[in-house]
Design a protein around this ligand. Structure first.
Ligand SMILES: [Fe+2]
Length: 267
């Protein structure tokens, strides 16, 4: 059976693009999907009122949802809370920051929280995936049905996107990428860059695809606001970046890639 995943990211409630978000929300209500994946930066500054808006938005959406935090989802104005309990507000409004997952016969999805409240480096906005996190995620893919699409979600691209408008500089990113490729993960969904992209992770068999979604906020970085529609069709994976043009949604670009399981079957 075909699988359809909606992938939205970097809404930045508090600085959201209201008409673009309304169009994306209407799309989610009108179109069937198996899972909505949100790859972080749901808020602008991790404020209580921003998380209240996130909670209200989520309550009005259909279907199963998997979310993971971004670096903006910690309280930017409260250093003590940011250090002691960086994702407490996120947990209250969205859910557990570390253990999100979805499992079905056709689709298995896991999340890794690559954001940190603080780090031992100057730029706390960059990513970190510990070996413990990567190994735990890989173990959890061990329960996947043989033909299930394997999806990993985190905020920061594990490996830098070629030509991307900014970097993720993820500590542990290459280790995690190698582990996920070895585990047969099909797609790694991320945000952070505010621009859509698709590229194969540069390790293993080259059939684990890094997929970035654009933003639905006013914080544009050279790409129109939008989101991704990810579908499996006859042995292929398609990623369609939808974009808001000021009046409606249109297709920015579609990528088509072979799925590992179809190549293995056919060889
Ligand atoms: Fe962002």
């Amino acid at each position: 059976m075909p699988v359809r995943v909606l992938h939205m990211s970097d809404i930045h409630f508090g600085g959201e693009d209201t008409p673009a978000l309304a169009a994306a929300t209407a799309f989610a209500r009108a179109e069937p999907f198996d899972l909505l994946v949100l790859t972080g930066d749901l808020t602008q500054f991790g404020r209580h009122d921003e998380f209240a808006a996130v909670k209200a938005w989520l309550a009005d959406l259909p279907g199963p949802m998997l979310a993971t935090p971004g670096n903006h989802d910690t309280p930017w104005m409260g250093l003590a809370e940011r250090v002691a309990a960086p994702f407490r507000r996120y947990a209250r409004s969205v859910g557990p920051p570390d253990d999100s997952g979805f499992e079905g016969d056709e689709l298995i999805a896991r999340a890794i929280n690559s954001a940190r409240g603080w780090q031992i480096r100057l730029n706390w906005s960059k990513g970190h995936v510990s070996r413990w996190q990567a190994n735990k995620a890989v173990r959890r893919f061990g329960t996947a049905a043989p033909n299930a699409l394997r999806v990993l979600a985190c905020h920061h691209p594990l490996v830098e996107a070629v030509g991307g408008p900014m970097t993720g500089r993820v500590r542990g990113g290459h280790f995690a990428a190698k582990q996920l490729v070895a585990a047969g993960v099909d797609v790694v969904l991320t945000g952070h860059l505010h621009a859509p992209f698709v590229q194969a992770l540069p390790c293993g068999d080259g059939m684990t695809y890094a997929v970035g979604a654009g933003t639905l906020s006013l914080r544009e970085r050279g790409a129109r606001p939008g989101f991704n529609v990810i579908e499996t069709t006859a042995g292929e994976l398609s990623v369609t970046a939808m974009a808001w043009d000021g009046r409606g949604l249109d297709v920015e670009r579609t990528w088509l890639m072979p799925l590992r399981r179809s190549v293995v079957k056919g060889s």
